[in-house]
Design a protein. Structure first.
Lengths: 320, 291
């Protein structure tokens, strides 16, 4: 299946009350998401939030305990090969066989993927100046990451999943890696899901945002819509949550004033100026941090988040 | 997938060939001189004529010269070598992927992990069967003169002729593959597989083997020296190759020499069944863990 077949209304990823339990602990619970085809989605959450659990279920490395999941229409009950063909995956720490040469890794890719694009793989290593004969163990961290990315791209799957792809890299290698991801996505209409701690990195590259804490989805939707739907209010400290013109997400109290990040709520009055109140637009990082600091029980599965998550693939942001 | 399996196990295959080559060199050197000595002492004619009773001195000279080399050198090594080969190859098969995180790479390609495992197991098992057969062939060839005096049924001769040597390698391999999946570490998996392998191997040899089929008894008149063990030619039953279990007065309990292949099939069957159980459990666990 190529990207062209999936350009219609089939979302790249759809999950419905997806959950995975490890023994008695839930790694992820009640996760309902939709990621349209063609977006670059950032998946943010602290360690243990369920990011890797979600990604491994998307790839098929883990089977859901409950709920539904489909990747370009292939559910978790579809034949394994059909599911695997939908996703290119770069795992954390870019695992490769240490005693293989780069050429051997590509040989493996060709042997294990019917849709393997050897031309693309060779063109990329050529452009990055990585010799095919070089053994994996003698590559730098950045080069290893690039070889991993090349393998995932040459699989020619319509969805690319990256799990903490840059956390082990130095700043220059990070930038180069992300630049390569963006270049590949721009050319092919590839859908990308990136799990990362590096919020500033995501801000630059992602047009879709998913915040996960404690195994629950806190926030999901087009980054621009989410940012537009939030305001940072500075209000007198005595102001109660009920008086606020929106749902408080995160509140910091100082001596006299409180700083509250609120989400616009159709059920309440619109955010407006009041005497002594100040309303500022929020930034990407501010928004993410506010949701990350929220107790995980108050997961944002209410109307606003769902409404925000609806707009189609043409809302691709200009942040590229 | 075949290329992938070959590339990953290439080093092990070369190491196994090196072991086999070393064994072959040793066997050719010793086997040739044994053959020369056997012909020189005209033992063939003597054995055909009298089951060896007519030429005790020649037999004694031959066994004195070669017996220790044949038995001691191999007894200690061959007991554990099949187990070592099996656990070294099997222990890393899955555990290495789990240790280095490469399972995320291997199992996220389009080939499902069930097929990945099936191809790997089939090829490596095939390789080990070839290795086991080759080792058996080399050992059987070089020992042939000695076996004409002792037969094949004696302990520590039986153990590396016929089918059992290959079955020992396979069972150690199967245990180690399963242990690798359970323990997720190569070295602990090898150790954890080797210990039960050795225990089963010894229990089967020393507890069950002599009674795979009900032993026979015969009454003999011990005019010559009656005794048990390899050093006696012929055995107390008066025939070369019988395995004497006990001598009680004039009554000898023994397993006849012609049961060699039956016993080989029984014992190899036990170890092949254990291999199949371990590999079957591995396939099932890997399927269940994630699929």
């Amino acid at each position: 299946m190529t990207q062209n077949d999936t350009g219609g209304n089939i979302p790249a990823l759809r999950t419905d009350r997806l959950g995975r339990r490890y023994g008695r602990v839930w790694g992820l619970r009640n996760c309902t998401l939709e990621v349209p085809a063609g977006v670059i989605a950032g998946l943010v959450g602290p360690n243990g939030a369920g990011k890797t659990t979600l990604l491994e279920m998307i790839i098929g490395l883990l089977q859901p305990t409950e709920g539904q999941l489909s990747v370009f229409g292939e559910t978790s009950h579809a034949p394994m090969a059909a599911r695997l063909a939908q996703v290119g995956y770069v795992a954390q720490d870019h695992p490769l066989y240490r005693d293989f040469s780069v050429g051997d890794m590509f040989h493996l890719g060709r042997a294990m993927n019917p849709s393997w694009d050897q031309k693309l793989a060779l063109a990329r290593t050529d452009a990055l100046d990585i010799p095919l004969k070089r053994k994996v163990k003698s590559l730098s961290g950045g080069q290893r990451a690039q070889v991993s990315l090349t393998m995932a791209l040459a699989k020619r799957a319509p969805l690319l999943v990256l799990d903490e792809p840059v956390s082990s890299l130095d700043p220059v290698a990070r930038l180069e890696f992300m630049r390569e991801v963006m270049a590949a996505a721009a050319g092919t209409g590839l859908t990308v899901i990136i799990a990362s701690h590096v919020v500033s990195e995501l801000e630059r590259f992602c047009d879709w945002l998913i915040v996960l804490t404690g195994g629950h989805v806190q926030l999901a939707g087009p980054a621009d819509n989410l940012i537009a739907a939030h305001r940072l209010l500075t209000v007198p400290r005595a102001t109660t949550d009920a008086e606020l013109p929106g749902l408080p997400v995160h509140r910091t109290d100082s001596d006299r004033h409180s700083s509250v990040l609120v989400r616009a709520d159709p059920g309440r009055r619109a955010v407006q100026e009041r005497p002594g109140w100040q309303a500022d637009p929020v930034g990407f990082e501010q928004l993410v941090m506010a949701y990350l600091q929220r107790p995980s029980k108050s997961a944002a599965r209410d109307d606003t988040a769902q409404a925000a998550a609806r707009p189609g693939p043409n809302t691709k942001a200009v942040t590229r | 997938m075949i290329w992938v399996s070959w590339r990953q196990h290439r080093g092990q295959a070369i190491a196994c060939l090196a072991v086999l080559a070393a064994l072959a060199v040793y066997a050719i050197l010793l086997g040739t001189s044994m053959r020369t000595a056997f012909g020189h002492d005209a033992l063939t004619a003597c054995l055909a004529r009298s089951q060896g009773t007519a030429c005790p001195a020649a037999i004694q000279a031959f066994t004195n010269r070669f017996g220790s080399e044949v038995n001691i050198a191999f007894w200690s090594v061959v007991l554990i070598v099949p187990g070592l080969i099996g656990v070294l190859v099997g222990g890393s098969l899955i555990a290495r992927e789990l240790e280095y995180g490469t399972w995320r790479l291997a199992w996220s390609q389009t080939v499902p992990r069930a097929r990945w495992l099936a191809v790997k197991l089939a090829l490596v098992t095939g390789g080990l069967i070839v290795l086991g057969a080759a080792m058996t062939g080399v050992i059987t060839w070089y020992r042939a003169p000695m076996d004409r005096l002792t037969g094949h049924l004696q302990h520590n001769i039986y153990d590396f002729e016929g089918l059992v040597l290959t079955a020992y390698i396979l069972s150690a391999f199967g245990f180690a593959v399963l242990a690798g999946l359970l323990l997720r570490r190569s070295i602990p998996a090898m150790v954890a597989a080797f210990i039960p392998w050795l225990a089963i191997r010894l229990v089967v040899e020393f507890v069950f083997r002599d009674h795979f089929l009900a032993p026979l008894t015969t009454t003999v008149n011990c005019t010559q020296v009656c005794g048990e063990g390899i050093g006696f030619v012929p055995q107390a039953t008066g025939r070369i190759g019988d395995l004497v279990l006990s001598i009680n007065g004039n009554v000898v309990t023994y397993q006849p020499a012609d049961r060699f292949w039956t016993f080989q099939f029984i014992e190899a069957g036990i170890f092949v069944a254990l291999t199949a159980a371990a590999l079957g459990a591995t396939i099932w666990l890997l399927h269940r863990r994630a699929a």
